[in-house]
Design a protein around this ligand. Sequence first.
Ligand code: MCN
Length: 754
Amino acid sequence: MTGRGTFAGDRFRADVLQVAFLRSPHAHALIERLDQSAALSAPGVTAIFTATDLVGLPIPAVRFAGVPAGASVLNLAAGELLASGKVVCVGQPVAATVARNAALARDAADLIAVDYKPLPAVIDVRDAMRSSAAVVHDGLATNVAFRFTIGAQDAEDFFAEADSVVRVQATSPRLAAIPLEPRTIVAEYDPSNDGLIVSLSTQVPHGVRQALSQMLGIPDANIAVKVGDVGGGFGAKAFAYAEEAVVAYLAWRLRASVGWTETRSENLQSMIQGRGQQSEIELGVTRHGAITGLRIATVIDMGSFVQPFAAGPANNAAMLGPGPYQIPKVCVSVTGVYTNKVPTAPYRGSGRPEAAYSLERAVSAAAQAIGMDPAELHRRNFIPADAFPYRTVTGMTYDSGNYAAAFEKALEIVDYEGWRRKQRAAPRKPRSIGIGIASFVEFSGPQLLEHAEVRVSGDGKVVMLSGASAHGQGHETTFAQVIADEFGVAMDAVDVLEGDTTAIPTGIGTFGSRSAALAGSAGLMAARHVKDILLHAAADLLEARTEDVELRNARFTVVGVPGPGLTFAEVAAAAVRGSGGRQAGKETWTGARETFESPGLTFPFGTHVAVVEVDSESGGVEILDYVAVDDCGNMINPLLVDGQVVGGIVQGLGQALMEEVIYDDSVQLLTGSLMDYAIPRAAHVPRLKLAHTVTPSPLNPLGAKGVGEAGATASPAAIFNAVLDAVAPLGVTELDMPLTAPKIWMAIQQARGR
Ligand code: MCN
């Protein structure tokens, strides 16, 4: 906002050649002829690359798809860098033009003549599974990419113990991630090692380095990835895209600096999308409100390829099936299906919102079926606080929790009983009040380890280098706090450096709400190690035993000995001298590198309550009240935690009320601009009441759990349940997201028989 950030787009110098991609206008078609002669002679053009220019590169493989072991079907198809022979979705890159500037590159791309032979395309996952459907990938017999089941054995008498079994459907529509900063990359040829220096907008610098190395056959030691400020990622920048690999390859082949920044339309068309899950849920409950079983059948729309981690959202949703409840039997079956659409992959929440929506929708329906207040049904089924660590029937081990405490706090703050009274007293026409509850548990900290280094230089300056890579989460603040606390120095004395694979040789990155618990703990361990070095140096200077020296408020003193002691900088200088000091440029420092490995995932949780008013004459929804009680263990920076919760809630509000990627019958994207794809604006966001309970995680020294996805996990379910609660007395029983005014209005008209 002050213009002082350095984004990948700020790395375009005048000599950087620019790339434009020619993209498929068809959802499914054979490429019969491609003529680039006119484009090659266009002004300012340096080169044009098509799939034939990439022959000899390693064939892309599906890198970690996230399908659990034991899948009954496994047909994973990786995307191509540039389409060869056939295109399988609108927007798939077919050719890349390189020119003096972006406009000339675009003009040249428009001069490439391609003859396509359109083929029948599949849009709907259920149609795609029919034997008569067109098959997206020639080598495969069907469109089923994978199939797996998690939890209990399915059986005829699955619901034998239930007095009532409710059946609901829950669709989480495809969503666009909409980072403020579109995908951007500048790749420079590095003659010193025949390698590349790559600046790009990503969440995973080390992952990109590895992927580029694999895709381009360049040793990863010869690729340096540098990430500056990033204008949001939301999961959609957590792997290397084909376009990014092509730009890097062009720089390497042309021995030049080559860059690309996508337009907003390209971003909407070809960045991965989130969600796209359809679930049928059955929940069995006794008349006294004990949940006896949960069966879910989910179909996830994979789009045209399997991107890295692409099965993650479906797998996560299945594993989190039972949520915060003690449910004796849970069976979740998942089918991943190809369609001729842009691929789906993890997007903020990555299965957590889908799980919470499915379960909380079914719990609400079950409460109605047995005539019990939904709050009471929640209360009767929570995993009790003394049951942790708790192993779910789906195989997850929840580290710690007190679900009832967060729930009761949320109900108290929102004044649940008060709203129920208002709801009963208020006339239902034309506006009716609805109250929705979403209790949830999610997981944070996947891949379980992260690296950090802490350096103290001779003048007392402290730097933490982290393998995480923030893109809006504020690690510069929170990690500085962790280190400053350990040393007793001011936060301003600590710099945090991320996103540079040259300075930080190993790292995993930022996704899965993993950074506080894993990178924060790695930083703390490294700081403790450095503190030991400093205490030894101080003991030498003070002629005391190390165990008698203490570090407080940035001063080293001997316990029980009055006097000013030594400053942090004095001891740092001695420690650097004593250790011989390591050098980079003018800086000399002493330091320690640590890897923190968590024994397991951490499980944040909470309860959100939404109160809405629905106008039956227009279908419009107004959020009257919204309370979020989140528990992410110990909070390092409560302000940033609240910022994360707010951002997540607003993304979930978008999902619940307005967002949906829409394709037409020929699988052309209709929501191709921000005129057509609705995202929430400030005026849509009610005053949010945020509160916390604190149940530390026993799995890391900070006692922290993640919070980056909590808001997005809970809010769609809370808002959905509130809207359905408002319109249920009008006879509406079925609705699905996004709850746009026309959709609600139509449902009310249908319920009235109109
Ligand atoms: N934090 C804290 N105390 C805790 C937990 C977290 O102070 N107990 C702080 C952390 O130190 C960090 C922030 O809160 O500054 C988020 O931490 P964490 O929950 O560990 O999540 P990550 O930093 O790993 O961020 C990933 C998460 C994910 S998965 C998505 S998607 C997402 C999100 O963060 N995308 C975002 N938040 C985003 N925020 C912005 N602005 N932009 C995105 O693209």
